[in-house]
Write a protein that binds this ligand. Structure first.
Ligand SMILES: Nc1nc2c(ncn2[C@@H]2O[C@H](COP(=O)(O)OP(=O)(O)OP(=O)(O)O)[C@@H](O)[C@H]2O)c(=O)[nH]1
Ligand SMILES: [Mg+2]
Length: 404
């Protein structure tokens, strides 16, 4: 199944049915009075978050969604049948944005959470409604109200507490494999991971957190190089980032410089994301002789002028990974506790999240515009006889799944 994290759809709620014009005419009641019923209500369109849904791919194939209109009223004071509501299921973590105005209509982050995105129109009034002491036989009716019509954008961001960051081959997938039951593919070539993978890390029966492994970043990612930064937006809802650095890269490159590459890309993508709590995790330490490890750690801290927490691990042999997870759990619990106790802190967190999402959205838009421009230019040059392939940034792959 394709992993799709964005879709634009068109929704049309049903219009209300029209009111009916009718008079009661029966054998011994020739002047029975008005009995035209009201029209039924039009169906609304409701979006609901469901854990059984993992991708927005269905909305790529079906873009128009229409709810039924209400039926017209009938004689004998019969109200028309209401149009059925239309339910659209989306994955948990989907944000609904009004295309054009960019207004965020809803953020569906819990199972079963739902929102009406287009309201069905009211039914029109039948002539029976207009009967009064002065007008006993009204011929007036009203038509049903039009249902709401909207262009919506769905944006899915996976929900994780912790996000993994790093160059390709840093060992992100190996790390998530070693600490959770998730089993993303691991290989010694770059860009093994093409879509986000989520894993649940269980510290104890009641203590667990979700960790997200996203495709590796490379220099120039903010300008669209490699798989680009489209997956960075999935880190927008994390509390903590783990920056994995390969301390013994096969190409002999400098680990400190590799770390700086990621930091620069992060900064370009979103200063808010770059400013988020981030821990340095020096991976593949099994490749470094034991007596050199402390010196290496110190050198990295000095060169990067690193002030935050640093961990030294070997994801492949589980060395040090449990310690990282325990510290993460502690940090997440402290954050959650502070959010409950300290209103100011909670507000600051919320504001940070809003800024981050705005920055991420602006960056994605900028990249999409650049891409459209490039496509346009390519089209022009193709018309002039140049034939280059069009690139497509949809990835085929399994859906995002939680593994416990
Ligand atoms: N020696 C050693 N090798 C490791 C360690 N962690 C990962 N590797 C190896 O590094 C290579 C890349 O690991 P991955 O986990 O696929 O790296 P990644 O960061 O997920 O890479 P992308 O998905 O391409 O971004 C694989 O060959 C792993 O076996 C480690 O702690 N020690
Ligand atoms: Mg990977």
């Amino acid at each position: 199944m394709k992993f799709v994290d964005e879709a634009v759809i068109h929704v049309e709620a049903g219009s209300g049915g029209n009111g009916c014009l009718s008079f009661r005419r029966e054998k011994f009641e020739p002047m029975g009075g008005p009995d035209g019923g009201n029209g039924g209500r039009g169906g609304s369109i409701i979006v609901r978050a469901e854990s059984a849904v993992n991708t927005l791919v269905d909305f790529r194939y079906t873009r128009r969604h229409r709810a039924k209109r209400g039926e017209g009223g009938r004689g004998g004071n019969c109200t028309g049948r209401s149009g059925d509501d239309l339910w659209l299921s989306v994955p948990i973590g989907t944000t609904i944005i009004s295309e054009g105005t960019e207004e965020v209509l809803a953020d569906l982050v819990e199972e079963g959470q739902e929102v009406i995105v287009a309201k069905g129109g009211h039914g029109g009034a039948g002539n029976a409604m207009f009967k009064s002491s002065t007008n006993r036989s009204p011929r007036k009716t009203t038509n049903g109200v039009e249902g709401e019509i909207r262009e919506l954008r769905f944006e899915l961001k996976v929900l994780a507490d912790v996000g993994l960051l790093g160059l390709p081959n840093a060992g992100k997938s190996t790390f998530i494999r070693s600490v959770s039951a998730a089993k993303p593919k691991v290989a010694d070539y770059p860009f093994t991971t093409l879509i986000p993978n989520l894993g649940v890390v269980a510290i104890s029966r009641h203590q667990q957190f979700v960790i997200a492994d996203i495709p590796g970043l490379i220099e120039g990612a903010a300008e669209g190089a490699g798989l680009g930064i489209r997956f960075l937006k999935h880190l927008a809802r994390t509390r903590l980032l783990l920056h994995l650095v390969d301390v013994a890269p096969m190409d002999g490159s400098d680990p400190a410089e590799s770390a700086r590459v990621i930091m620069r890309e992060l900064e370009k993508f979103s200063p808010a994301l770059a400013g988020q709590e981030r821990w340095l995790v020096l991976n593949k330490i099994d490749m470094v002789p034991e007596e050199e490890r402390e010196a290496l750690r110190q050198r990295m801290v000095d060169e990067l002028n690193w002030k935050g927490p640093v961990f030294v691990v070997s994801a492949i042999s589980h060395q040090g990974t449990d310690d990282v997870c325990k510290e993460i759990m502690k940090y997440i619990e402290e954050c959650a506790f502070r959010c409950e106790e300290d209103v100011e802190f909670a507000e600051k967190e919320e504001q940070h999240r809003i800024t981050l999402e705005e920055e991420a959205r602006a960056k994605m838009r900028e990249l999409a515009e650049q891409k459209a421009l490039r496509r346009e230019q390519r089209k022009l040059s193709q018309e002039e006889g140049d034939d280059e392939d069009d690139d497509d940034d949809d990835f085929d792959g399994p859906e995002v799944f939680y593994v416990e």
